[in-house]
Ligand binder design. Structure first.
Ligand SMILES: C[S@@+](CC[C@H](N)C(=O)[O-])C[C@H]1O[C@@H](n2cnc3c(N)ncnc32)[C@H](O)[C@@H]1O
Length: 358
């Protein structure tokens, strides 16, 4: 139950489930191809052999919305994401049970994609279980480098172990520990340049496919969550070699999102700054403070995903040029047909186009 509801404590289960809204029923089934085990082309061929019709790369969110029957598309924003109609159930599919594909909402794929560490990097996933984002990070790192993954909940850590093994993840040290007690001064973490922080939240952005009652979390609960989120974000920023951090929640509440980011940035003065996450993404942070539009939001109605929030922070360097919104991995390994930024229009090249193989 706790894994399904993304909470670590029994009392968090008291939060009511969300109702099935019209928008929710339109959220497609997203399938992330696990490039540690296979490649996009092979997965497409597999589904074609299973009787699905492949319609190519989507050009708009409208195309995703119009999907029906046994048809599927390549997502327009994320390179290794396939999109099936909402009702498609792939839990018994061989590719899923063997870890070749991961059933992961599109919005939930954004944090690792936007963190984008290059292969060989040392990365922390601070609140990691059940591990979908960790396995995505491992795929981006091509299993080269080191991931330190923490979660405080023993049962969720056990589930995560199974998931990571099934996904073929190596080079990941999974530790059951409160991240707030992890010592940033420990030499073990002296090369950690990237941190993914996806802490416990109200989960108010999650859309369920079953019936339920929609109700807002109480003001006290929101305050408690926001307090924890501020503490854990500030702790993450204290790792000495940190260059880039992605903070994400599946909450719709400003208190857990823009307000947390604003408070912690203020606390850290000029040491860190927000960079524009995925400039071509249509849905931006709420105008809670100047620059909040650098953050991104996702929602069933606007982006056909669960409700989500992502902020990308980078360490400021004196005299450095303006920060890049492009994750380092995407710079090194641009996807075929992609421009210089995720989701941006491809650049025109004078010379022969060079395809970069993943
Ligand atoms: C939103 S879930 C993470 C989902 C995960 N990133 C994924 O994509 O599969 C939040 C996680 O934070 C964990 N957590 C809560 N407090 C924590 C703490 N102080 N230290 C480490 N993990 C914590 C919870 O047990 C829960 O598994």
């Amino acid at each position: 139950m706790k894994v399904r509801h993304k909470v670590s404590r029994n009392e968090d289960l008291l939060a009511p489930e969300k109702a099935v809204s019209t928008a929710a029923s339109q959220v497609p089934r997203y399938v992330r191809v696990n490039i540690l085990k296979t490649c996009v082309d092979d997965v497409i061929e597999f589904f074609k052999r299973q009787g699905y019709a492949y319609l190519g790369k989507a050009a708009s969110v409208e195309e995703l919305k119009a999907l029906s029957g046994k048809k599927f598309l390549l997502d327009l924003h994320l390179p290794e994401l396939l999109v099936f109609p909402s009702q498609t159930d792939l839990h018994d599919n061989l590719l899923y049970t063997s870890g070749h594909i991961i059933l992961q909402d599109k919005a939930s794929c954004l944090p690792a994609f936007l963190l984008g560490p290059v292969a060989g990097s040392h990365v922390i996933d601070a609140c990691a279980a059940p591990g979908n984002k960790t396995s995505h990070l491992a795929a981006i790192l091509k299993n080269k480098g080191q991931i330190f993954a923490f979660d405080v909940d023993p049962k969720r850590v056990a589930t995560m172990n199974t998931l990571l093994t099934r996904a073929g993840v190596t080079g990941c040290q999974l530790v059951q520990q409160d991240f707030l007690t992890v010592d940033p001064g420990d030499r073990k973490y002296s090369r950690v340049t990237h941190i993914l922080l996806d802490p416990s939240c109200s989960g108010s952005g999650m859309v369920t496919r079953g019936p339920g009652e929609e109700a807002a979390p109480s003001a006290e609960r929101l305050q408690a969550l926001a307090g924890f989120q501020r503490r854990v974000l500030s702790h993450a920023l204290s790792f000495p070699a940190l260059q880039r951090l992605v903070y994400s929640t599946c909450s719709l509440h400003q208190e857990e999102n823009e307000d947390v980011v604003q408070a912690v940035l203020q606390e850290w003065g000029s040491a860190f700054r927000l960079v524009t996450a995925f400039p071509s993404w249509p849905c931006r942070g709420l105008a809670a403070f100047s620059g909040a539009e650098s953050c991104l939001r996702a929602s069933p109605a606007e982006t056909l995903t669960h409700g989500f929030f992502v902020a990308v922070l980078e360490r400021c360097r004196e005299g450095a040029a303006a920060p890049s919104s492009l994750p380092a991995a995407a710079k090194e390994n641009p996807q075929p047909g992609e421009g210089t930024e995720p989701g941006a229009a491809p650049k025109k090249r004078k010379k022969k186009k060079q395809r970069v193989k993943e």
